[in-house]
Design a protein around this ligand. Structure first.
Ligand code: PG9
Length: 621
């Protein structure tokens, strides 16, 4: 029989006289195929940046892949025994290829010391301190090459979007050990065409981003909503300024600066990185990369590459545009909206182009094929095109708006088409109900079938006859709209659309699909100057001329080319009150007025979209 507990002799191992939690727990490292080193790297001003380094066990002479981020360097928190599983899909292939992986929190975010400034401008008039993300990248690389003995002392930098911005900043004064770089969809000019505005029209989707990034050092809270339809939520708020005020944004430094600078003044000009890149061109081989339907940073990579080209500085710079939404290059890309590719265009690209490009400079490995100066996907024909130069040999050819909703390469007889733009019923960018947070709709909104919009009375649609031979475009189309409005301000949205034949045997759901190939918005007050907005003289024809996103596309026989014009894309872009006010962020309810817009064809102004046509394909001439 068992002895009663009380009668048993107790030995010391039974007695609880301490803590069950050891003062310092040391997890055994033996099972891992890598070492995780977490270091706080001191910058030149003493501020320490939180850096997470993954080193394969037994590594020697490996290159380092550095990503500097405002999105948590410690995101690979859950450790698996294998490095490739720990870093996840984003970096798995680099691990397989033999890289040391380094993530770092930028100043003031997550684990790093220092103060956070949104896309901190380079040292200069807007940043009177002695550090920026150029010096921080420099100091980090300096530390890495001196302290990571398993490395070959060479560093490549990569990252998309904000992390592409940090790559670009590093290029403004690169450490000699930075041997190659890939800014992927880098945020370059937040006013002209990357995240914050497009040609002065504010992108309200960023309001939630400001809360996420600037209310806390870590991840900020979501902004609460009264319901699940952001079309209604933002319509009811009236202006972005009103919405921001309601949610306490007057405490947020970046929102206050941005909303005080709605025009392209020195605040924006001095932080536009394409200008800095050209002023301080680096010798680092660089791949400027972005998606062709990139819903966030559609502007920066191609514009920076073109700015370098304009100065004859493309030598070590390459341009790549893939059939991707924002950052899809780092994910799975078997399809995009209605497109189905032949395989995974992103994985194939990373394996066959991106990693070999890095290996050329980090491992002295000769690529099977050298990277051409320009590599752009042709989504219509489903293949990559290589170019020695960009744009190709094209002729900017006006495609004129015609009477009866026609579109042709010949100028039209005089006339106009009018619509009423009502700020109480702005044209939705996606069919409501819609939520900014709905990722699958957000990542594909640029490829939405536009048929539902063609029936709205405040959207003008013009179509060519059915094409009998292909029309090939290589470059950036330019919208050149002549219009008068009864208001004193107004926005113009121009879309270039591929209208599919009524029946598509290979993919029946594409029958009649109206696929946007390139579209953008332009705030009318900036038609004469981005820096100094002016009221539109009511009732007078004015020209609105702006560049649309780059295309490499073929309109095939049997298809038709369409141009749509409208005056809002809500709630992605804030509403233009259509009455000139000093600052649209703080317009009053009474400023929002209906306006009649009359788009001209002919004598008073021949509205057109200038297409970068490859000459042999000017089928409609
Ligand atoms: N497009 C995002 C962003 C970049 C830079 C500033 C603000 C936002 C991003 O995906 O990081």
């Amino acid at each position: 029989a068992a002895t009663s507990a009380a009668a048993q002799k107790l030995d010391p191992s039974m007695i609880q006289n301490g803590s069950d939690i050891p003062a310092k727990w040391q997890a055994p490292e033996a099972g891992y195929d890598y070492e995780k080193r977490v270091v706080e790297i001191p910058m030149r001003d003493g501020v320490k940046l939180h850096t997470v380094i993954f080193i394969p066990k037994g590594a020697s002479n490996l290159p380092m892949l550095l990503e500097r981020t405002p999105y948590d360097a410690d995101r690979a928190k859950v450790r698996k025994l294998n490095l490739r599983d720990t870093v996840g899909a984003l970096d798995r292939e680099w691990v397989d290829d033999g890289y040391i992986i380094v993530f770092q929190d930028i100043r003031g975010k997550y684990g790093s010391e220092g103060k956070y400034v949104m896309t901190r401008p380079p040292i200069g008039p807007l940043n009177p301190s002695k550090t920026d993300d150029t010096t921080d990248a420099y100091d980090t690389i300096d530390w890495l090459v001196k302290n990571i003995k398993e490395s070959n002392q060479r560093v490549g930098m990569i990252g998309s979007s904000y992390d592409g911005w940090t790559v670009t900043m590093a290029l403004l004064g690169p450490h000699p050990a930075l041997k190659v770089a890939a800014p992927e969809s880098p945020m370059i000019d937040g006013w002209m065409g990357d995240d914050w505005f497009h040609y002065g029209a504010f992108r309200q989707v960023n309001l939630d981003y400001f809360a996420g990034q600037t209310t806390k050092t870590g991840k900020g809270d979501d902004v609460p909503r009264p319901g699940t339809d952001d079309y209604q939520t933002f319509l009811e708020a009236g202006t972005a300024g009103n919405w921001a005020k309601r949610h306490g944004f007057d405490q947020l430094g970046f929102w206050n600066r941005l909303s005080a600078h709605p025009a392209y003044d020195a605040f924006w000009q001095l932080q536009a990185l394409d200008k800095h890149v050209v002023a301080k061109p680096s010798k680092v081989p660089t791949m400027w990369l972005q998606g062709l339907w990139d819903q966030e940073d559609m502007y920066g990579a191609v514009m920076t590459w073109e700015a370098l080209k304009a100065k004859g500085l493309t030598g070590n710079n390459h341009l790549v545009m893939g059939p991707w939404y924002h950052s899809q290059v780092n994910g799975n890309a078997e399809r995009l909206g209605p497109f189905k590719w032949k395989g995974d265009t992103a994985a194939d690209f990373r394996r066959n182009v991106l990693i070999p490009f890095f290996n050329t400079y980090l491992k002295d490995q000769k690529p099977a094929e050298p990277l051409p100066p320009v590599l752009i996907y042709n989504a219509a024909e489903n293949h990559w095109d290589k170019f020695a130069d960009w744009p190709g040999t094209t002729q900017l050819t006006p495609l004129y708006l015609q009477a009866n909703s026609g579109l042709a390469f010949q100028p039209a007889a005089a006339g106009e088409d009018s619509y009423v733009s009502d700020p109480a019923k702005p044209v939705p960018f996606l069919a409501p109900p819609l939520e900014f947070g709905d990722r699958s709709r957000w990542t594909t909104w640029l490829l939405q079938d536009q048929r539902a919009l063609s029936t709205r009375t405040d959207v003008l649609s013009y179509k060519t006859p059915v094409l009998t031979s292909p029309v090939t475009l290589q470059g950036a189309p330019i919208a050149d709209i002549f219009a008068k409005t009864s208001g004193t301000d107004g926005d113009f949205v121009v879309k270039l659309i591929d209208v599919f034949p009524p029946f598509v045997a290979e993919q029946p759901e594409m029958g009649g699909y109206e696929l946007p190939i390139s579209l953008d918005i332009f705030r009318g007050r900036y038609r004469q100057s981005f820096e100094h907005p002016t009221a539109i003289p009511a009732g007078e024809v004015q020209e609105y001329k702006f560049r649309l996103p780059t295309v490499n596309y073929v309109f095939k026989p049997g298809h038709r080319i369409m141009v749509q014009i409208q005056s809002s894309l809500f709630p992605l872009y804030d509403r233009n009150p259509q009455t000139f006010v000093p600052n649209i962020f703080f317009a009053k309810p009474e400023d929002f007025q209906k306006a009649t817009i009359s788009v001209q064809r002919g004598t008073a102004g021949a509205s057109s979209v200038l297409l970068p046509v490859v000459p042999a394909s000017t089928a409609l001439k």
